[in-house]
Design a protein around this ligand. Sequence first.
Ligand code: DGI
Ligand code: FE
Ligand code: FE
Length: 222
Amino acid sequence: MDSEIIQTAPWGEEELNGLRIRAVAGMSGKRMVHTLEVERMAARLCTLFCPEETNMLRAAALLHDITKEMKTPEQLALCAEYGVDRTRGDELAPKCFHAVTAAALIPHLYPAFAHPTVINAVRWHTTGHAGMTLTEKLIYLADYIDESRTFPDCVTLRTMFWSRNPERMSMPERLELLRAVLITSYDMTITGLINDEVPISPDTILARNELLYEQAEAETNH
Ligand code: DGI
Ligand code: FE
Ligand code: FE
């Protein structure tokens, strides 16, 4: 990493090494590999978009799925213990619930990493929301396209992003590619959720709408 770049995170390599060991300790092999690959992909994406946020997003990557392997009752118990607001939708869409509980746990279990950039990236990594920040978008994307993912939609999206050679693009071109890739990710996810006949989080829909509005505005300004 470029030593000239001042990291926004108050933690460095040593703290990240400690966090990595702790965060993946109770995970299955598959979840551990995924978590480590999201950290790597998040760092690669930061190099392109915001090198100064690299250590911030490596921490977010390590923490994003810490509650993914808990069953719903266990997650509900965590909500009760830590006073987390939850909605009817959380239980109806259990695959989104882990993002809520992981974000809520960070200040309690990992206070040294309880920075808003980390917490928000973790909170929104599954659904996104309207008006996502760049760092939220990068963790959302890193989670989707990490190199260990073999699901066809993930391979499609990974290829869509890297085959365009974003490292050779200007920043406005990169941001345009990021937006296009995120819209495609939502199209694929929403299609999958409809096929599976499961509820779609309003945040998922609002995130996609916002990206489409931005795309339309960008096209009008061209
Ligand atoms: O935790 P990961 O598997 O690494 O990835 P993730 O947090 O993005 O979760 C992916 C799962 O979440 C996938 O099965 C689709 C599901 N999901 C994403 N958005 C929604 C959703 N499920 C429902 N019911 N509603 C959504 O809006
Ligand atoms: Fe997740
Ligand atoms: Fe994940």
